[in-house]
Design a protein around this ligand. Sequence first.
Ligand code: ASP
Length: 412
Amino acid sequence: MILLAGLKKINLTGWIFIGIALGGLTGWLIGEPALIVAEPLGTMFIRLLRMIIVPLIAASLISGISGIGAGEGLGRLGGKTFLYYMSTSLMAIVVGMVIMNMVAPGFGVHLNLGEAPDTFTASKSVWGAVYELIQSMVPTNLLKAVADGDILPLIFFCILFGIFITRLPEKPRVLLTDIFSAFFQVMMKITHLVISVAPLGIFGLITKVVAETGFDAFGPLLLYFFCILGGLVFHAFITLPLIMKFIGRVSPLKHVRAMGPALLTAFSTASSGATLPLTMERVENSAGVSNKITSFVLPMGATINMDGTALYEAAAVLFIAQTYGIHLGIVQQIIVVITALAASVATAAIPKASLATIPMIMAAIGVPFEGIAIIQVFDRILDMCRTTVNVFSDSCGAVVIARTEGERPLAG
Ligand code: ASP
């Protein structure tokens, strides 16, 4: 009886923590046999999240934008959002690079480099990738782009759709605004349902990661691992909270509490894209940011604002260069900063996506592609950590921008 009453008191974040802990234990103690149960749980959770992303973004953006209208409001919001995205990513990169230069964990590491997969050697230039990204915003076939999981074309189309709703005569304008707002409410209810099964899904995902990870190759790279982790921790616990405190004028702790389930989901899925429904639900319902700002800032943020990824990519390239004994001069380091910023924008919001964009930075400064093999050992765990930072930064961005727009997030 007492146990039951105690269990009832545990909130969603608590249940997710339990899912993570039990998943870690199960993966460690039982290992691969546990995957018979764990794998379907994790897979179903990811499938549910991915199922709701497209309709949720469409409903949220169209109802949000039709509320802001075109013109000054939208332009101002766009400008602030872009400024926030770029400046926080830049700060993250600088932190990562300072640590890598100070600790220099790569000099003296001699590893047997495996062959780099073909896709890496054939990688395009960073500017080519950014150009392609911008071009892909305007799809020749919207449905195909969406079916392929491309979110940017969907965002672009929905913004246009929302803007032009506001230009209609009153009757169809009110009708469409009401329809999309109702559509959005339905999507939020479905999102709540998916969130309620998050602890089970997360249990499955963590069991799989732990069961499938070997620990042999970790030794010589531990210092590298802790440097990246230290950088991510600095960004999440110092840089972003300072921005929240002084620009957003909200308590960072309160915000972390409000975002708990989304952050833990980001950690478990290693995908900002898959976490997006939870990020949106939390920012709106727990942090109290309006739908018009949430719907504008978050879908775009999940796709292009990746502070953790930016830090990781720049620091990893510096580390790889160090293992080759390459000393990078100031000009080359500046090139790393700029290309890492662009590469983080071009990185997809899915697990392991950084591994596809890091070679672009390596190419810009002439570091051998084979070096990417070294960082694979720790990529999964660092992916979980950097994705959490990516999602946290998106959510802080929504709060800070809401505050500068006169809203009072996390009030009371
Ligand atoms: N997994 C990251 C994300 O979804 C991207 C990356 O690989 O850095 O945010």
